[in-house]
Design a protein around this ligand. Structure first.
Ligand code: HEM
Length: 469
């Protein structure tokens, strides 16, 4: 090939597949992301696959991926099936919005999740951290083997629901209420439908589809009641405009120019619940997966915690987080090795050339971001868990260090607006748990599997917690 010659996707390589079904049989599994990684090994950084004739370009090249992400919203959008499925469920929020609708929604959403507002939401994070700490103290006294993934999910459900629209749940203490049960129905169904080869539910509703409809109706009713209440509350108490106590209130403050319809407000509150729960709890679980294998790192986080908030059980103020630089590095390192969104699905809005590849309008693209995050050329000792590489003072000891290939929160204009919020939750909980406990894996590390269900989590992560004397 001549250098700089524009390459058509027709000429891209392809891993082995079958004639009619293409790569679908291999991809139709619980660990899709690992199948993609194997294909990167087999076919290189840029190749194509097809699912029953529907073609996808796959890129694991960080430069190409960054360019594509930065060409949004004009040249690329999210894979349109995501919007189709979410809209069908009545969810019309910033995650699946495109074009002018996205432009109008993005700024107020990002403002509502700004550092200033996350600081105002901090008491919610703190009270849930205290709640889970108490629960884990009980577990540690009894020597209970803890299903960490389940516990962290309860933690993020409680926080996200209260921050999204002020609805207080106590999933941490198993006081499950119907709202949470309805949410649990919805998450797996989104995953099933986005990855389903044929939308059978549009022609024939099985029992699970009818249950989904019921759950969506119930959630809609609850959220709309909260929207009405919040509107009244803000009219009666203008002071709330200066310090909104949740995302919904913050969104109403930011809504002057965007003029959200009630459906869009509902869609965005719902989007917060969808986008903020699994992603954060899965990242926390992976952090514990590594900490349970690295007691020396736990000790270092503990020392930092003592320095930052002394004898207190939890970091009492938002400012404390600034001091927890090592806990921050630990979370960052867990997201490097185990990003919960290892790939992003996009689609070209128009004909476009990226690097030297010609991409016709309508082409589906999978950006595989994980492979580069674990490559020696970008990070020395790439497969080792070494949080020190993220500490400014220690970076030079690592020859290769390329933060720019980290795409755990996406990139370009559509990068994750919940980053500050999720990082605050993760740093506070990681620091608090390390301050109080030592961790022990109760299964062999190789028995803990990566599982992908819209986001990637550790299956079978079982840990015991030993109190620190
Ligand atoms: C560790 C936790 C999290 C991870 C790893 C994560 C990751 C991501 C990723 C990869 C994207 C796609 C970005 C792109 O297309 O470039 C995204 C988008 C988004 N995330 Fe997060 N996220 C996390 C937490 C949260 C939280 C806590 C919230 C809010 C409560 C949130 C709200 C959103 C929204 C609204 C979008 C769509 C943005 C847009 O399309 O403009 N995320 N997130």
């Amino acid at each position: 090939m001549i250098e700089n010659e524009v390459v058509s996707i027709k000429n891209l390589k392809s891993p082995k597949g079958t004639f009619l079904l293409g790569h679908l049989p291999q991809f139709n599994t619980y660990n899709k992301h690992q199948v993609l990684e194997r294909w990167v090994e087999e076919s290189g950084e840029l190749f194509k696959i097809h699912f029953v004739g529907k073609e996808f370009v796959v890129s694991a090249n960080p430069d190409f991926n960054n360019k594509v992400l930065r060409l949004r919203p004009d040249k690329f959008k999210r894979f349109s099936k995501i919007d189709e499925i979410l809209k069908e469920m009545g969810v019309d929020g910033v995650f699946n919005a495109e074009g002018d609708t996205w432009k109008r929604q993005r700024k107020p959403i990002a403002e509502a999740l700004s550092v200033k507002n996350v600081r105002a939401f901090y008491p919610i994070i703190l009270s849930k951290t205290e709640a889970i700490l108490e629960k884990f103290k009980g577990y540690s006294e009894k020597g209970t083997v803890v299903d960490v993934q389940k516990e962290f999910m309860a933690f993020t459900i409680d926080i996200t629901t209260e921050i999204a629209f002020g609805h207080k749940l106590d999933t941490i203490n198993n006081k499950s209420n119907s709202f949470q049960k309805h949410l649990e129905v919805i998450f797996p169904m989104i995953n099933t439908r986005v990855t389903a080869p044929f939308p059978i539910w549009r022609y024939f509703k099985k029992e699970k589809d009818k249950i989904l409809d019921q759950s969506l109706k119930s959630i809609e009713k609850v959220i709309y009641e909260f929207v009405d209440d919040a509107k009244k509350r803000m009219e009666e108490n203008p002071k709330l405009r200066a310090q909104p106590s949740n995302f919904l209130e913050a969104l109403l403050v930011e809504n002057k120019d965007a003029n959200f319809t009630d459906e869009e407000i509902y869609g965005n509150v719902f989007t917060m619940l969808l986008a903020g729960e699994d992603t954060t709890s899965n990242s926390l679980s992976w952090t514990i997966f590594y900490l349970a294998q690295h007691p020396e790192i736990v000790t270092k986080i503990r020392e930092e915690a003592k320095g930052a908030y002394g004898n207190k059980d939890v970091p009492g103020t938002y400012e404390n987080i600034e001091l927890l630089k090592y806990a921050n590095a630990v979370v960052q390192e867990a997201m490097r090795l185990k990003p919960t969104t290892p790939q992003l699905y996009l689609e070209a809005n128009e004909d476009v050339v990226v690097n030297n590849v010609s991409i016709p309008k309508g082409t589906n693209i999978i950006l595989q971001n994980k492979v580069a995050q674990t490559e020696e050329g970008y990070f020395s000792n790439a497969n080792a868990f070494e949080p020190e590489r993220w500490m400014v003072s220690e970076c030079p000891m690592h020859k290769n260090h390329s933060p720019n290939v980290m795409r755990a929160f996406g990139g370009g204009a559509r990068y994750c607006p919940g980053m500050h919020l999720s990082k605050s939750e993760m740093i506070v909980l990681t620091s608090t748990l390390c301050k109080h406990f030592d961790f022990k894996l109760e299964v062999k590390p190789e028995e803990i599997r990566e599982r992908f269900e819209f986001t990637m989590y550790p299956e079978n992560l079982k840990v015991t917690f030993k109190p620190v004397k």
